[in-house]
Design a protein around this ligand. Structure first.
Ligand SMILES: NC(=O)C1=CN([C@@H]2O[C@H](COP(=O)(O)OP(=O)(O)OC[C@H]3O[C@@H](n4cnc5c(N)ncnc54)[C@H](OP(=O)(O)O)[C@@H]3O)[C@@H](O)[C@H]2O)C=CC1
Ligand SMILES: N[C@@H](CC=O)C(=O)O
Ligand code: NA
Length: 433
């Protein structure tokens, strides 16, 4: 069974989406059931970094959303029109839709949901919030059993990238914004990022799911980062804070109202959101009974956003797969799995890692030299060696090695244990990285 995808847009996100769909090997088997049928663009002459059959490309987007061969339409052209009309036409034509368009979902999400319900199709938008981080689906499903108290997020990659670089380099935001645009993070009009409008779109979407009600987009209090200067970043640092553009949706205690706001905020350095840097996003969900859960990862860019798009396409393919005519009722392929082959696991002794080693050695001349010889014989080079203290007639040594094969390291340890210079090996731990 093959399900056909009509892709509207082949910019940053569209290109990433096409790359995944054209290279299905070693991904979820459902991806092998998906085929790009048509791709809609504005210009046929633009050089593209993905190889598509020439016949695929068209400037006639209407023809894609009404093409009877297409099962799923992916909208990644951005902006309000013609994107909204194309989505509604695709729905009316009985097609499932996947979109990354938070500007549309936050403003017209209810209209679109009603049309989708009427037509019996799905409209999914995981890529619209948090880029590649699964946020929408966890909030709707895995976290849906909780009563949500608050959703606090860093949900604009461009501004987080700008603020992080202002913090580390001490510069102003204009030239850094140009880099964010070149990296494909910013909106077509980056005002949406800098002035907090994009984050406001996203928190409106999250609040609607978390608190189970419609949100009027204009109700989100919105302040961007335009007035955050290099001095503010410096003073905040001196006071033990980092400045982040936070989007907050919060249940007011003992009231049937919520807070909904986006603004630059001084975040204490020890807060989990303080270490979310560069283009990364994070959404901290607080609920009952789960407590705090933080979803973290890349919030923008070609690959991450495409990952979210294709995950939605795959979820739709799973439902199409179950509906497809078959003698037996098919289980949902996303909820069931069975593998025929075992994976081969590398033997531990072949792995390479760094090691931390604490040992008690005799406090006498020449000991370090003897240990060095043993390490050298086993191709084990040391990153650091520190003598921590002296207990009775024993010296405590702490050693961190460079990368070494586990097998060689274990042989060196066996020799060390038998060495007359070594009293005991107090601990051996592996070092990450
Ligand atoms: N970039 C990112 O990291 C993220 C983006 N998003 C959202 O994804 C969407 C797409 O963003 P992005 O890929 O960055 O945008 P780009 O500007 O890179 O790409 C837009 C694509 O749509 C095509 N297009 C635009 N308008 C039309 C039109 N009227 N008719 C035909 N084709 C059109 C363009 O054609 P052509 O190539 O011929 O110019 C281009 O291929 C937006 O809604 C954005 O908010 C969401 C999460 C992250
Ligand atoms: N411009 C947006 C793109 C992803 O949603 C951002 O910077 O986060
Ligand atoms: Na996401």
């Amino acid at each position: 069974m093959v399900f056909k995808v009509g892709l509207l847009g082949l910019g940053t996100v569209g290109t990433g989406t096409a790359k995944i769909l054209l290279d299905a090997a070693q991904r979820h088997p459902l991806l092998q059931t998906l085929e790009i049928h048509k791709v809609g663009v504005r210009s046929l002459d633009k050089p593209r970094s993905v190889n598509l059959p020439e016949m695929c490309l068209t400037t006639d987007l209407e023809a894609i959303v009404t093409d009877p061969d297409i099962d799923i339409v992916v909208e990644v052209i951005g902006g309000l029109e013609p994107a909204r009309s194309l989505i509604l036409e695709a729905i009316e034509d009985g097609k499932h839709v996947v979109t990354a368009n938070k500007a549309i979902i936050s403003r017209y999400g209810n209209e679109i949901a009603e049309a989708a319900k009427k037509a019996g199709v799905y409209v999914l938008y995981e890529a619209a919030v948090g880029g590649g981080i699964p946020v929408i689906q966890p909030l709707q499903q895995a976290l849906g059993v909780n009563r949500i108290d608050a959703v606090t997020g860093i949900i604009n990659g461009t501004t987080n990238y700008i603020l992080t670089r202002m913090q580390s380099e001490g510069g102003d935001f204009a030239p850094i914004l140009a880099d964010a645009q070149a990296l494909g993070y910013a909106e077509a009009d980056p005002t949406a990022d800098v002035d907090g409008l994009d984050a406001a779109d996203k928190i409106a979407i999250l609040a609607s799911i978390a608190f189970g009600g419609k949100i009027r987009r204009e109700d989100v209090f919105t302040e961007g980062i335009r007035n955050v200067s290099a001095s503010d970043v410096d003073y905040a640092k001196t006071l033990g804070f980092v400045i982040k553009l936070l989007a907050i949706a919060k249940q007011n205690p003992n009231a049937d109202t919520i807070q909904l706001r986006v603004h630059p905020t001084l975040v204490p350095l020890k807060h989990p959101l303080a270490s979310v840097n560069d283009v990364n996003n994070a959404v901290l969900v607080e609920g009952d009974p789960i407590g705090q859960v933080m979803l973290y990862g890349p919030g923008a860019g070609e690959g991450p956003t495409a990952s979210a798009i294709v995950s939605d396409v795959m979820a739709i393919a799973a439902t199409l797969h179950m509906e497809s005519p078959a003698e037996e009722k098919l289980p949902n392929p996303l909820l069931s799995h069975a593998y025929s082959d075992y994976k081969t696991i590398s033997p531990m002794e072949e792995l390479e890692s760094r090691f931390y080693l604490r040992l008690m050695v005799k406090d006498r001349p020449g000991v370090i030299g003897h240990l060095g010889e043993i390490f050298g014989r086993h191709h084990l080079s040391l990153e650091s060696i520190v003598q921590i203290g002296l207990q009775d007639s024993l010296a405590e040594l702490v050693i961190v090695t460079h990368e070494v094969r586990e097998g060689e390291f274990q042989k060196a340890i066996a020799v060390l244990k038998d060495s007359a210079d070594v009293d005991s090996i107090a601990s051996v731990l592996r070092v990450l990285g």
